[in-house]
Design a protein around this ligand. Structure first.
Ligand SMILES: NC(=O)c1ccc[n+]([C@@H]2O[C@H](COP(=O)([O-])OP(=O)(O)OC[C@H]3O[C@@H](n4cnc5c(N)ncnc54)[C@H](OP(=O)(O)O)[C@@H]3O)[C@@H](O)[C@H]2O)c1
Length: 347
């Protein structure tokens, strides 16, 4: 049985959910996909670093995650301690680097540099981070290709829902003309709460109480998270070279409870709409609030769900709806990338 050695860079919500999923699907991966995943190293910012060439026991790792004690990954280390994340990337005896560090919507750094280092070392790359996809898609694809490796990033947009793999595999041969949808689940939830009578501030406080909005919610509320996703889809699927600034997003701060009630009275709902595509030979894209009526597929996309519809030369409309995602959904995106890498190597 083939063993695939993984290095995890970042071990927060997504990294931990990925470890749990590997344990849950350990037998299934061997039975259905012919490989055993083995975590040989984990690096974090404040929770320690470990390298163990024999593989960290998944049961013990998950037990440590679930324990009430603060996670200290140093206890799994069997090697000389590494200095920092770059040293970790050089030392860890892995075949695949899974990167899940925080997103930087301005530059993609330092995650982009971590992945550059991994590619130059000859590792396959998997990331859930939109930053390196937007700012480094072509470069990382080329760097990995030069070493006969792959760069995968299914979780970067709409968590574990298949978007990039859909175009890579099932829709190979189709030309994409445009897309529209709801790509930021946080603002979608905030608008729903406002429809139920809350102010934006109350909705943000609710979002924070359930872990959906961050302490500084401007990344979501001002449209930057949606803009980086629009840039990622445009760059990867439509050959563009956009940054989130190029998308010039308009967030939802201008939407008042009164506007929401007026829309309701007309049978409409406010949504943060994302678009990209060719219009009269020019590529245009946007993130801005807009009203949708009940006959739109976006009307019933509620809570933290998201939706994207693609217009293709061979399929006038193809929609993907992702309902109620969780870190496990994102972890599944990482797993599907891993399976894709193993399959491509075997082919
Ligand atoms: N949460 C989701 O469902 C979701 C969905 C789609 C995409 N994503 C993307 O996935 C990534 C991870 O999200 P998350 O929710 O898991 O974030 P998170 O909980 O904040 O975890 C981030 C992890 O990165 C570590 N880290 C920070 N700086 C580092 C550095 N310089 N070197 C090594 N490790 C470092 C942190 O370590 P410490 O905690 O020890 O500081 C932590 O383990 C983000 O890019 C996010 O945009 C997340």
């Amino acid at each position: 049985m083939k063993t695939v050695d993984l290095a995890l860079l970042g071990f927060g919500n997504v990294g931990r959910a990925f470890a749990r999923l590997l344990l849950e699907k350990y037998e299934e991966l061997q039975r259905d996909h012919g490989f055993k995943p083995r975590i040989v190293g984990i690096a974090t910012g404040r929770h320690g670093v470990c390298i163990n060439p024999q593989g960290i026991k998944l049961e013990e790792l998950v037990e440590a995650i679930d324990s009430s004690e603060r996670l200290d990954l140093n206890r799994f280390n069997t090697q000389t301690p590494v200095i920092d994340s770059y040293d970790f990337i050089q030392q860890v005896p892995a075949q695949v680097l899974c990167e899940t560090t925080p997103v930087n919507p301005q530059s993609g750094l330092p995650a982009l540099d971590f992945l550059r280092a991994g590619a130059k070392r000859g590792l396959h790359l998997i990331t859930a981070n939109k930053g390196p996809v937007v700012f480094g898609f072509r470069e990382l694809t080329e760097l990995t290709r030069q070493k006969g490796k792959l760069f995968r990033f299914e979780s970067a947009v709409m968590d574990g829902a298949p978007i990039f793999s859909l175009f890579r595999h099932s829709l190979a041969g189709a030309q994409i003309r445009g897309f529209y949808g709801i790509l930021n689940s946080c603002t979608n939830l905030l608008l729903e709460r406002m429809r139920e009578g809350e102010s934006l501030e109350q909705a943000i406080a609710y979002g924070a109480s359930i872990g959906i909005t961050e302490t500084d919610p401007s990344n979501d509320v001002d449209g930057w998270d949606a803009a980086i996703k629009v840039a990622a889809l445009s760059n990867v699927l439509m050959g563009q070279n956009l940054t989130p600034k190029d998308v010039n997003p308009i967030g939802i701060r201008g939407i008042t409870p009164q506007m929401i009630q007026e829309a309701e009275a007309q049978g409409k709902r406010w949504k943060l709409l994302c678009r990209g595509g060719w219009e009269n030979g020019k590529f245009v894209c946007s993130v801005a609030p807009g009203m949708v009526s009940a006959d739109s597929p976006l009307y019933t996309v509620d809570g933290t769900s998201s939706f994207v519809s693609f217009e293709l030369d061979v399929l006038p409309g193809l929609g993907v709806l992702e309902s109620d995602p969780s870190p496990k959904t994102t972890a599944f995106g990482l797993l599907s990338d891993l399976i894709d890498i193993v399959r491509t190597e075997q082919a």
